[in-house]
Design a protein around this ligand. Structure first.
Ligand code: BT5
Length: 270
């Protein structure tokens, strides 16, 4: 059963405005994908921090054209428009930053401490609870980053398709009761704003250190799919840019950037 605490437009504005004054909020009962809407708003000049939230996404997106299941009442499906002032090479760090902020918010809000699987999955007992999709626009300078976050808050097991039932979970399944999605969103936004300003001020190192505390990928045997090549090895570290450093079974150490690869499998540490 999903939570039944459906969003109400006025409540969204009232609750979230308390935390972050002046944030532009666009709420939809139903939309295609909050990333698509946010991209259009960003191209039309929406300010940094603009939030697009939907109760239901008809065509929620994962990476590499994969689909993200986002039914009404089941979760938090939202996107932030960001305008970081930095070179495009560093913008990918936003994925790790968002993972840290979301993991921390879930821990504060529910008491459950999720693990972060590099680069963009949050897991509970090895099952996916949250996915992050950061899309960057601009070449020499970044015009904007579209940061989409999906959190399975109140999905019941029967709300997942059969192929997801073994690999996905929700906060309500893990807790045994529904969560208040708006209170959780409020905490995610607070954490995100906090970590985002740390990142702009101090760079990636504080994010990297906290990411490592939540991580469930390092010291694991991983299988990295680079499209034309599969790499097997041990995940050693993330480097100072956020790339995953893997020692292959042939002894060669190689770094992998997000967007190019995903860790397909790891032995759960739980
Ligand atoms: C992701 O992609 O994990 C990024 C998901 C981002 C979703 C948010 S929701 C708000 C915003 N608007 C959007 O349209 N998207 C963002 P990836 O690592 O490629 O994982 C996708 C895979 O996760 C799918 O192929 C499924 O196997 C699985 N999946 C789909 N829906 C899921 C769900 N609700 N919970 C857990 N796993 C899911």
């Amino acid at each position: 059963m999903m939570g039944g605490n459906y969003f109400n437009d006025e409540e969204v504005r009232k609750k979230l405005a308390n935390g972050i004054p002046g944030r532009e909020i666009h709420y939809y009962a139903e939309t295609s994908s909050t990333n698509t809407v946010a991209r259009e708003l960003a191209q039309a000049g929406a300010p940094e921090g603009t939030l697009v939230l939907a109760d239901c996404q008809i065509s929620g997106q994962g990476r590499l054209n994969r689909k993200w299941l986002s039914p009404s009442g089941g979760g938090l499906w939202f996107t932030l428009v960001l305008r970081p002032r930095m070179d495009p090479g560093k913008a990918a760090q936003i994925t790790l930053l968002a993972a840290v902020a979301t993991a921390r918010a879930i821990e504060i809000n529910t008491g459950i401490c999720p693990g972060i699987k590099w680069p963009n999955d949050l897991l509970i007992k090895g099952k996916k609870i949250c996915g992050i999709l950061a899309e960057m626009e601009g070449e020499e300078t970044i015009t904007h980053v579209i940061l989409g976050i999906g959190i399975n808050a109140n999905m019941g097991m029967q709300d997942f398709s059969l192929d997801l039932q073994g690999v996905a979970t929700s906060l309500s399944v893990e807790l045994g009761h529904p969560v208040c999605r708006l209170a959780l969103l409020d905490e995610v936004l607070r954490q995100f704003d906090c970590w985002y300003s740390i990142w702009q001020r101090e760079g990636f190192e504080p994010i990297r250190a906290t990411w490592k505390q939540f991580n469930v990928t390092l010291k694991q045997e991983v299988k990295v799919d680079c499209g034309d090549e599969i790499w097997l090895g041990e995940a050693l570290d993330i480097d100072d840019g956020g790339a995953l450093v893997v020692r292959g079974s042939n002894g060669i150490v190689k770094s992998f950037n997000f967007g190019e690869v995903s860790v397909l499998r790891y032995e759960s540490a739980f």
